[in-house]
Design a protein around this ligand. Sequence first.
Ligand code: ZN
Ligand code: ZN
Length: 421
Amino acid sequence: MLTNAPRGTKDILPNQANTWQRLENKIRELCKLYGYEEIRTPTFEHTELFTRGIGEGTDVVEKEMYTFTDRGDRSITLRPENTASIVRAYLQNKLYANASLVKLFYIGSMFRYDRPQAGRLREFHQFGVEALGEKNPAVDAEIILLAWEFLKSLGLDDLKLKINTVGCPACRPIYRQKLTEYFTEEADELCGDCRRRLEKNPLRILDCKVDALKDFMDDAPKIETCLCDECREHFNGVKKFLTEAGVEFVVDNRLVRGLDYYTKTAFEIQYAPLGAQSAVAGGGRYDGLIKEIGGEDTPAVGFAAGLERILLALELQGLVPPQDKKISAFVVSGGSSAEVYAFKLLTDLRRKNISAAMDFGKKSMKAQMKAAAKSGAKFALIVGEDEVASSTVTIKNLETAAQEKISVDLVPEKISQAVGE
Ligand SMILES: [Zn+2]
Ligand SMILES: [Zn+2]
């Protein structure tokens, strides 16, 4: 028990860390390019923020949240996603006062009590962006492009962008009514979950995995027939901007988000080889959320991408390079006076930005030379009593086996020249 992490959590070990760093660097680079600034919100929030911000009746709120009462008797929840927290931070810190459009990104851990499987953990990591304050469909397109270019820049092929519109509070009720009527006639064929959704949230029936292939799904009413002028125009705008940017997309009428504050654009990027977990990024517009959380009526759009799934995709495509842990120099010492001399040399090298290591196990020089070879270092720096007495170092090129004795002062320069550090 003590030596097992909780179910659904995972250590990111040193040999995986550079892949994570590469991913995070790419995110930071790209967000800078698009003018999105990083925000870091707390890992936990008041539970009510999520029940309001994600919506009662959703799976996340009903079944998946890590909620507990703290010692001050407050109901606290580990964030299951970050959009609600960002809206809270936007309102609390009056970020809207600085700019009409606020563009933010985040990278962090989220928590959901869900059945763990490949690419889906209970503590998982998301990268996401949010653009708050603008209703222009160009912003939807910008967000979609950012997600798309991010995944493309990692080298992933086989990506598919699906977009849809889910209407707005003016036109969605009409569509909802049509769907309710249509699916009521098919109620006997619907799965148990969908029979419940029929009452509360008929739109979600459209993305039911269980019922997806049943005949009646194809003939279900399409939202196009119900859209108001504003929603139609907005959706046409998104499509126009994406087309202009040269991004291929398909319109998928079954792509829905169930809650009232999700409006207009919905999108998802899939990486087909991941099968059932193929969605690697998804998002859309949420023009009603900021008001729901207590702000002014403010349009907003965003997306989130699951980093574990993206890593799985990279592995599937052989895009995870081996860990590079090579160092430039390995210091080998003989005798106790040499050890102090060696330690000083080690420190000087590091201060001059040269990566260096030594073996602290007081092993024989032969064993230390083996350790030097194993470390992948380009040079072994050998110091024994002779070198200490003459302020020199025997520098051995471990690739060519050539060695020479030089003044200790010349060592950093010699290595820098050789390895280009
Ligand atoms: Zn509408
Ligand atoms: Zn169903």
